[in-house]
Ligand binder design. Structure first.
Ligand SMILES: [Ca+2]
Length: 319
């Protein structure tokens, strides 16, 4: 059985979608990419993507291990923060999918008992997700919550559409899955995590995941229950922070669990079409007992208008 702890399958098509005019959101900066100072140049070249790790989820399409070649690109050092996303919203007036629909998925530990009693819609396969009215990027736990003390945390409750709109405004783009995995590996070959094969080297926590008993007790031994600031923990060898844990990150590729093996692939961009987009890196909700997807080869997927309290993104750009 696939342990689908993470992004709940969202059925929002009961709400008529408005066309989003991304054309009005084109980059208005005369200096090029926004927040370019926080981007790092990746040299590109060949690397081994995917894994044959016995811990991997075969049904997710984590394998086979395959050679991939990439051209150089820029990548954000950190996930996009609440502060950056607010800048985008203030300049453009953009309305996120969660705001248009009027709700988003919030993890049960962040929903008050009083609020739970009034919520009818709980995801059956993953009952720890509550459909909370008013939950959105600036109210992560519902209308009465705020991001005031979390401006340097990753923005969440953003759909793939929202991430695309932000990228368009900032003159950037989402990473392909291959770029994401190349960057996350930090130059290490076929290691489990961005820093090596040991989850807590010398007993030290290196990413924001779940400790305790999922989904009821998060001990927060890594310092955080819920999101952490985007610069928490040490970066990988490429200088990138929180490539695994903290929040899932949207990629540009449509999802498939079938890949070509052996033949080297150059700048893969995923299938031409699909139903769901790839997400990478796992989140603060991942635990070895259930959703061991905070490994660099791990992957999951969700629909383009889905949003949750544990999905965000970072940007890339062409050189
Ligand atoms: Ca944690």
């Amino acid at each position: 059985m696939i342990k689908k702890c993470c992004p709940p399958p969202i059925e929002r098509d009961q709400v008529k979608k408005k066309e989003i005019s991304v054309s009005v959101l084109q980059n208005t900066s005369s200096t090029g990419y926004r927040h370019h100072e926080n981007m790092i140049e990746m040299a590109g070249g060949e690397f081994l993507m995917g894994t044959a790790d016995p811990e991997s989820f075969i049904e997710d399409g984590e394998g086979p291990v395959r050679p991939v070649q990439l051209k150089p690109f820029y990548i954000d050092r950190y996930a996009v923060t609440n502060a950056q996303f607010q800048e985008f919203i203030l300049e453009t007036g953009y309305i996120t999918d969660a705001e248009r629909y009027g709700w988003s998925f919030v993890f049960h530990l962040f929903v008050s008992d009083e609020m739970k009693r009034s919520i009818q819609n709980v995801v059956q396969q993953t009952p720890w997700w509550y459909q909370v009215d008013g939950a959105c990027w600036k109210h992560p736990e519902g209308r009465d919550s705020s991001i005031v003390n979390r401006m340097e945390h990753p923005v969440v409750h953003v759909s793939w559409n929202d991430a695309q709109a932000y990228c368009s405004w900032s003159g950037k783009r989402l990473l392909t899955e291959a770029e994401w995995e190349y960057a996350a590996r930090g130059g290490l070959i076929q290691k489990k995590y961005p820093w090596g094969d040991i989850l807590t080297p010398m007993g030290k926590h290196s990413c924001n995941i779940w400790q305790g008993v999922f989904p009821t007790l998060d001990l927060g031994n890594d310092g955080f229950i819920g999101t952490a600031p985007v610069d928490a923990y040490a970066p990988n060898h490429y200088g990138l922070y929180n490539m695994v844990g903290n929040v899932w990150e949207w990629c540009s590729d449509w999802f498939t669990n079938r890949h070509l093996g052996e033949e080297i692939v150059i700048d893969p961009k995923g299938p031409r079409t699909g139903d769901e987009k790839v997400i990478k890196g796992g989140s603060y909700l991942c635990h070895k007992s259930y959703c061991n997807r905070y490994r660099v080869a791990a992957r999951s997927h969700n629909t383009v208008d889905s949003s949750t309290g544990h999905m965000g993104f970072r940007c890339a750009a062409d050189l």
